[in-house]
Design a protein around this ligand. Structure first.
Ligand code: PMP
Length: 328
């Protein structure tokens, strides 16, 4: 009947590309920038794509049954997407969040009936973190061994190592960008957390046009999240991966596909998020600001004059109103 959707999962994707003309004008940019507005997803971030695809994949492979608990560890957006999709399909959700994420993320997950807690609040993970000096890999392994291996009712999605993550970007984000630009794209800019966005959409786009330049955005050295110095500010959701040893790189990340890494400081990311709100009227989050700042630097290079840049803006600024993001 008409254009009626039957589930929030059917509302995921097909997000618009906005030509951010006023931002270009303000900085006198030499290239065109098209912003992919991922806050058009049903729960306002690109992570709605992977929440749906990882749960679809678990269902298809018989890994979850009605009433089970779906577990995820996240900087927030994935948890919100997972809690929403879980609610809509009759699963429980339990989400572990990093300490420094905004309060809105906890509130959203709880609104969907999910359980939201900080890593340190779990007795096993908390103790493992303390005894290992904040070694997350060790703490999560301990949790898998001591908790997950002993239950059949809890399913850990594990976005960092779940190939349904990059796959959905290859199947949706990449093709959307290709179709909406009619193939007239030269450069793709995206932040890296799990690496799913850039690896999946980048794979599709490079198969279509092999010389598309892929730029991965990560936090700069002095804004790099440092667990030994928790007072150092990071950029929520994005992580520096080029300095990690091979065994620590998420499976969802394909390092070989990236042509260029750009480091962005937190302060520059904030300025970009504030600016785009004022120039083009779009409210985006901190990692979007980081991606936008990187896109601006690239658009300013003389060699990129006249080129078309697509920048992925992963979430909404509404999710940051309790932080100082827009307080300039
Ligand atoms: N921005 C935000 C706000 C995020 O939460 C994340 C992922 N945690 C990213 C960017 C990075 O996306 P991806 O995981 O696909 O690399």
């Amino acid at each position: 009947m008409g254009r009626i959707y039957e589930s929030i999962s059917d509302l995921v994707g097909r997000t618009p590309l906005l030509h951010i003309k006023q931002y270009e004008k303000k900085y006198d940019l030499k290239a065109s920038i098209y912003a992919k507005l991922e806050y058009y997803n049903p729960n306002q971030s690109s992570k709605d794509r992977i929440a749906t695809s990882m749960i679809d994949d678990a269902e298809k492979n018989g890994k979850i049954k009605p009433g089970d608990t779906i577990l995820e560890m996240t900087s927030g957006n994935t948890g919100i997407g997972v809690a929403a999709v879980a609610a809509s399909r009759g699963y429980k959700s339990k989400i572990y969040l990093e300490d420094d994420v905004s309060e809105e993320r906890f509130q959203s997950i709880r609104a969907f009936g999910g359980e939201a807690l900080r890593f340190g609040e779990d007795p096993i993970i908390g103790e493992a973190l303390r005894e290992s000096g904040n070694n997350f890999v060790y703490a999560i392994q301990k949790y898998k061994d001591e908790v997950l291996s002993k239950t059949n009712d809890v399913h850990f999605l594990d976005q960092d190592h779940n190939l349904a993550n990059p796959r959905i970007h290859e199947l949706t984000t990449g093709p959307e960008i290709w179709e909406d630009t009619e193939g007239d794209i030269d450069i793709l800019v995206a932040g890296i957390g799990t690496g799913g966005t850039i690896s999946g959409s980048g794979k599709y786009l490079k198969e279509k046009k092999k010389d598309i330049h892929l730029v991965a955005v990560q936090p700069g050295l002095d804004s790099r999240k440092n667990l030994e110095h928790p007072d150092v500010e990071g950029i929520v959701g994005i992580h520096a991966l080029d300095a990690l040893p091979e065994e620590r790189i998420p499976l969802s990340m394909n390092m070989d596909i990236v042509d260029e890494f750009v480091n962005v400081e937190t302060q520059d990311a904030k300025i970009a998020a504030r600016e785009i709100a004022k120039t083009d009227g779009i409210l985006v989050g901190l990692s979007s600001g980081a991606a936008l700042h990187a896109a601006k630097i690239i658009a300013n290079k003389p060699k990129n004059k006249g080129k078309n840049i697509v920048v992925v803006l992963p979430d909404s600024g509404l999710r940051y109103l309790s932080t100082d993001l827009f307080e300039d």
